[in-house]
Design a protein around this ligand. Sequence first.
Ligand code: C5P
Length: 219
Amino acid sequence: MAVQVLAIDGPSGSGKGTIARLLAKRLGWHMLDSGALYRLTALAAQRRGIGLDDADAVAKAALALDARFEGEDEARVLLEGEDVTLAIRSEAAGAAASIVAAHPAVRDALLERQRRFAQPPGLVADGRDMGTVVFPDAPVKIYLDASAEVRGERRYKQLKEKGLDANLDQIIEDIRQRDQRDMQRPVAPLKPADDAYVIDSSGLTVEQVLAECLARMGK
Ligand code: C5P
């Protein structure tokens, strides 16, 4: 039986991670957090003293990546047996991920690993190129977008809630820079697949986005 795949792509802060996890839970499907694989690859490389610009060496580290996703919703992330769930979520880890993600050899090294996540009964795949490159045959593809301002405000609120210092203008500027890097790279640039449903979540609640995605799936 063919495994069903729902591809969810979009820029950082569009809310796709939250939506993807809620959908996986609702559907009882597996979850691929592909961004975590790029974050883990960058961390593994840094721990080996490999420069993030050394494409071949980083690609080797990606091929050999000893990563596991555990727990009920596969949200606990282990690198070589060590829990790095929080460590890979920092802004620095995200920036490092976006540097290694621009190397074609690194993307190739992670391709088959990502496809192996497609296990019965189904997979919700969250990323930047799920619908365009990794699962081009996915029957339903969602591209979740939101303005840089709205995404910046969400991030700002999250940081404030954690009691961390934050500067809204700086956050919005960082988001714009990361978007630019992800959209302008020559391989697998961030863009909606031709057959993706584009949803702008700027003025929508999580429940509204969820309902829209389920409707697209005919559920
Ligand atoms: O989604 P997340 O913020 O965890 O992704 C971190 C970085 O990894 C992104 O900014 C992007 O550069 C890269 N990435 C990618 N392709 C994916 C997922 C993430 O290039 N499918």
